[in-house]
Each structure stands twice: as C-alpha cells, then as structure tokens.
Design a protein around this ligand. Structure first.
Ligand SMILES: [Zn+2]
Length: 84
C-alpha cells in the first residue's frame, strides 16, 4: 500500500504533465505511463524492493518514489489512481 500520494487519473496526469512540460510528447508520455502502470500491476519492484512509483517511472524507469526523488515520503506528489 502506497500512502501519501494524491490520486490522479491517467488522462489527467498526462494533461498536467503537458502543462508543465509543453515540449513533451503526449503520445510518448502516455505510452510510458501505461508501460509503468502495467509493470506495477505485474508486481515489478524497484531495485530497492519497494513498489514502483508509476508517474516517476514513466520518466525515470521503473523505480520507487524514494529512489527517484531522494525524498522519504510523497508530499503533494501524484500517483495514478489505479496504482494506489
Ligand atoms: Zn527504490
């Protein structure tokens, strides 16, 4: 169980990502997100053993929140609702 995240729908996450990163490729990011989500569903874990953070993994590869951000716990960070 992942705690501390704010749930967001996949479509909304893509919109938000494009607002923050206008040069991002919508198709690419959506594909990466879906790949990360399906990896999460298959039980893929971070190298440290924690469940992967789907949104971060879409950009950084399949890793958990802490390994991607260096922060211990999410604070107003988003995660796909289907992965919570
Ligand atoms: Zn990790």
């Amino acid at each position: 169980m992942k705690t501390g995240f704010t749930p967001i729908r996949l479509e909304a996450c893509v919109e938000r990502h494009l607002e923050i990163n206008p040069d991002a490729d919508k198709k690419d990011f959506t594909r990466h997100l879906k790949n990360a989500l399906s990896a999460y569903r298959k039980g893929v874990r971070c190298q440290c053993g924690n469940p992967i953070w789907v949104i971060g993994s879409a950009l950084a590869g399949n890793m958990c929140f802490t390994c991607i951000t260096g922060e211990a716990t999410p604070d107003d960070d988003y995660e796909i609702d289907e992965a919570l």
